[in-house]
Design a protein around this ligand. Structure first.
Ligand code: ZN
Length: 323
């Protein structure tokens, strides 16, 4: 979920109803600590002041005061939870720079992605810059692509050169799908935002124009279960991640959704992601959201926490278990 501070207040207003009952999850420690890959993290510019917005589930204000402290706290949480690899994209300001900074701080643990939008206040970066960054390996994912916030779908012609580049260089794409903060279309940033643009079914034209594109449908497409299943069913190169829905949604709803995707036969295409936004403790809360799904077998959990991401991101043998 790519949002900035002022808009997150609105999200919190909506999500506050989730309640405090899961506050204890903020200190969750899995046992035993098997390796985890978090495919949905966000970074903020090192000198950006973080808002004091409380964690919508626990009600606690965020510990880190700026982007640099947030990076350090997130890395500490990743180490504590044995999150051996994380895919990060910028959530505000200089998005490419913020993600690259995380990679520089922990090159073995962090894969940096190019967070792009294509709205008036967050225009698309120059394509030559992305070609260079992908070519030299500093950025390895095109995403989070927050087209919905720009009032567009991934199939809009605006993204064509970027998808062509990702296909040419075999760079995976991660797309924001599903929902945004309540009231977001009334915010000056995002007048074009429409709930209906979150339906993963809208990626179909893009996938047919670029058949080799590997796509992560972020947030699992929630609440568009049918559209998500339709796309994952017809396009074997499409995976989903569980970012935000695994800790922000009421637990019963998250488990019902995860259970439906698994029952439909897609347990090998679901990847763990936290979408921790400003709160490092949300990584552990998200882990607990999946860990507490009693309907999953230990082997299905391993796929979600680790194996499926290794396959999707084609992590080499040498980098799978690092550090
Ligand atoms: Zn998102």
């Amino acid at each position: 979920m790519v949002i900035d501070r002022r808009r997150f207040l609105q999200l919190c207003a909506g999500a506050g109803a989730i309640g405090m009952s899961r506050a204890r999850a903020a200190t969750y420690t899995p046992s035993p600590k098997l390796p985890i890959i978090d495919v949905h993290l966000h970074a903020y510019p090192a000198d950006m002041a973080l808002p004091a917005t409380p964690n919508p589930v626990t009600g606690k204000p965020p510990g880190p005061k700026d982007g640099e402290a947030h990076l350090r706290a997130c890395l500490a949480e990743m180490k504590r939870l044995n999150v051996v690899k994380g895919v990060v994209s910028g959530g505000s300001g200089d998005r490419l720079g913020a993600a690259a900074h995380w990679h520089e701080a922990a090159p073995d643990r962090i894969i940096a992605g190019a967070g792009i939008r294509g709205s008036e206040d967050t225009p698309l970066p120059e394509i030559g810059l992305l070609r260079k960054e992908f070519g030299e390996g500093r950025l390895r994912v095109l995403g989070e692509v927050s087209a919905q916030y720009a009032g567009l779908s991934l199939s809009d012609p605006k993204y064509e050169p970027y998808l062509a580049l990702a296909e040419e260089l075999d760079v995976p794409v991660a797309l924001h799908t599903g929902s945004g903060p309540p009231g977001i279309s009334y915010d000056p940033c995002c007048h074009g935002f429409r709930a209906s643009l979150g339906n993963p079914a809208l990626v179909e034209e893009a996938l047919n124009r670029h058949p080799k594109l590997r796509l992560n449908v972020m947030h699992g497409g929630w609440p568009y279960l049918e559209g998500t299943i339709a796309i994952v069913n017809h396009y074997p190169q499409v995976y989903v991640d569980l970012g935000a829905i695994d800790w922000l949604l009421p637990r019963a709803e998250f488990h019902a959704y995860l259970g439906a995707l698994t029952r439909a036969g897609f347990g090998k295409r679901i990847m763990f992601g936290s979408d921790q936004i400003f709160w490092p403790e949300a990584i552990g809360m998200a882990v607990e959201g999946v860990e507490s799904a009693r309907f999953l077998t230990p082997s299905q959990k391993r796929d979600i926490f680790y194996g499926n991401a290794v396959r999707f991101f084609r992590l080499g043998k040498g980098e799978q278990m690092k550090p």
